[in-house]
Design a protein around this ligand. Structure first.
Ligand code: NAG
Ligand code: NAG
Ligand code: NAG
Ligand code: NAG
Length: 489
């Protein structure tokens, strides 16, 4: 659950590098950059929340991990590869590990795999620690989002079982619940095996920079902090509950005979959401899932019961595909047209709304946030609890830039816009509705009727950072930044 790698990391890093190379030259010629920046900042400044007595409260689950960033080609020796690269759902031996790694390396594709062989896993961690460039960081969607809410002045409750050491990465004001206080906790470690574009591994060459993530989690797949979080929710009484980290259950060997532990745990997630009064808004943070059974569980146990969903373009295509066709979509267009993403958002909205009805849910989906390299799109139902959609889209956009450039200031010579001067709002050939993108009014918002409700859709361009410093954790920062302005205490 390396936060980012799971999320938009890989695609983003590739694209950012790509655009950095190809679009540097005409940066300065884009007269839109300066007014776009000024107006996005204006929207952000005009809409501050989370100070003084108006401090809103957020509770986040589940889990945390210690990310170990490792140079993949330094750790592994291509001569150990016996046979052709191959893909496995889970890894149990060094042989499989090398084949699996090489398979994704030669495609430059992001992957996240569970390693069932703990002894081998520990050995690899030990070897990694001997390499000079290996570094630690805190990982997991819940802690990364928690930090962002805290930074924005919220009161934060985090459900995660973590060691004292890992807790030291989290600001003191954030209340962490998950263990019973005196137990010795062993953190789940995620190995983030990084490689650059054009690196060589034996006879193979990576077409682009990416990372292969491996985990051997014990706590995260079981959502071990769920019960403790539940106890604290009663008195904490959050304005917003964020459900994330469920992708750690992907491909985890849960079944023992007829018993399906995963379905049981997810049933408890559902109950946790239902235990909250309806004026506590519930948000589900999507992630990169490949296990169809798990995805189908999400469509019956989580999605019908939340008010909001956040995701990147890959996750949107996958979710849409699962809801519409019952099929996983492993890779999608990494830079979709606005019209395509909006159509998928509409479809996803309607399909989840149908589930709200079928399952007699007290909550209805009223918000979808999709973040892509080029733009942020937020759909909210008018008259729902979600406020300031326009400013939220602007803030998410600024956060995307700041995160990737690793700088609070936005330098125009490091910015690039990918949106054209206008875009279609739908791919429907019979409908030529277009939105004109004005540099002095960069966040375009309009109304539509969907599922008999009036919705407000806002699209903000991203000032894409052309000099990428960081990509890990971007999705978590962006999603949290979008939520920050939308909840009224
Ligand atoms: C890994 O190490 C090799 C050899 O030092 C270097 O060329 C490569 O750039 C490193 N890769 C990453 C992702 O740091
Ligand atoms: C939700 O609705 C679907 C389809 O009608 C049904 O199969 C499923 O059992 C329901 N789940 C719950 C938790 O009510
Ligand atoms: C065209 O699409 C927009 C959504 O972008 C919708 O609001 C509008 O009703 C559509 N018009 C027609 C004629 O279908
Ligand atoms: C640029 C940016 O917004 N980065 C923030 C992402 O979130 C972490 C907290 O998780 C902050 O420390 C970063 O400053």
């Amino acid at each position: 659950m390396a936060g980012a790698p799971v999320k938009l990391g890989s695609i983003l890093s590739f694209c950012v590098v790509f655009y950095a190379i190809f679009y540097r030259k005409d940066n300065f010629e884009d007269g839109r950059l300066s007014p776009v920046k000024e107006h996005l900042l204006y929207l952000e400044n005009e809409n501050k929340v989370g100070s003084g007595t108006h401090q809103p409260k957020v509770a986040l689950g589940y889990g945390a991990c210690h990310d170990l960033f490792v140079n993949a080609t330094s750790l592994l020796n291509p001569r150990d590869l016996k046979g052709a690269p191959e893909h496995f759902n889970e890894i149990s031996s060094k042989d499989e590990f090398l084949k699996s790694f090489t398979y994704f390396f030669k495609h430059g594709a992001a992957a996240e795999r569970f390693m069932s062989n703990s002894a081998l896993y520990d050995e690899l961690v030990e070897q990694s620690l001997k390499l000079p460039d290996t570094r630690w960081a805190i990982g997991g969607n819940a802690p990364l989002m928690a930090n962002r809410f805290h930074l924005e002045g919220w009161k934060v409750l985090l459900g995660a079982k973590m060691s004292k050491k890992l807790k030291s990465y989290i600001p003191k004001d954030i209340e962490i619940v998950g263990d019973n206080g005196n137990e010795e906790v062993k953190d789940d470690i995620h190995m983030i095996l990084e490689y650059r574009a054009d690196e060589k591994f034996g006879e193979y060459k990576s077409p682009r920079a990416n990372r292969y993530i491996m985990h051997n989690d014990e706590n995260n797949p079981l959502l071990t902090s769920l019960e403790k979080l539940g106890e604290h929710l009663i008195t904490f009484s959050p304005n917003l509950l964020v459900i994330s980290g469920l992708q750690m259950m992907d491909n985890f060997p849960f079944k023992q005979g007829d018993k399906d532990l995963r379905a049981e745990r997810l049933e408890l997630v559902k109950e946790q959401i239902l235990s909250q009064p309806v004026n506590t808004l519930a948000h589900f943070e999507m992630a990169s899932y490949v296990d169809l059974e798990l995805l189908l569980h999400l469509t019956t146990k989580v999605l019908p019961f939340v008010d909001s969903v956040g995701m990147n373009e890959q996750e949107l295509s996958n979710l849409n595909s699962v809801l519409e066709y019952g099929k996983v979509m492993v890779v999608a267009d990494s830079n979709p047209r606005v019209a395509t993403a909006l159509d998928q958002m509409r479809k996803t909205f309607q399909l989840i709304r149908q589930k709200n009805t079928d399952n007699g849910s007290k909550r209805k989906l009223t918000r979808i946030h999709v973040h892509t390299l080029a733009y942020q799109a937020i759909l909210t139902v008018k008259g729902s609890h979600w406020k300031r959609t326009k400013a939220a889209a602007a803030k998410a956009s600024l956060t995307a830039h700041r995160y990737v450039c690793n700088s609070k200031n936005i330098a125009l010579d490091k910015c690039k816009l990918l949106l054209d001067d206008s875009f279609s709002t739908t791919t429907d050939d019979n409908n030529n509705s277009r939105v004109f993108f004005e540099a002095t009014e960069p966040v375009a918002c309009w109304d539509e009727v969907l599922d008999n409700d009036e919705v407000d859709i806002c699209v903000a361009p991203v000032l894409i950072c052309t000099e990428a410093q960081l990509t890990a954790g971007a999705g978590d920062n962006i999603s949290a930044a979008g939520l920050v302005l939308q909840v009224e205490k």
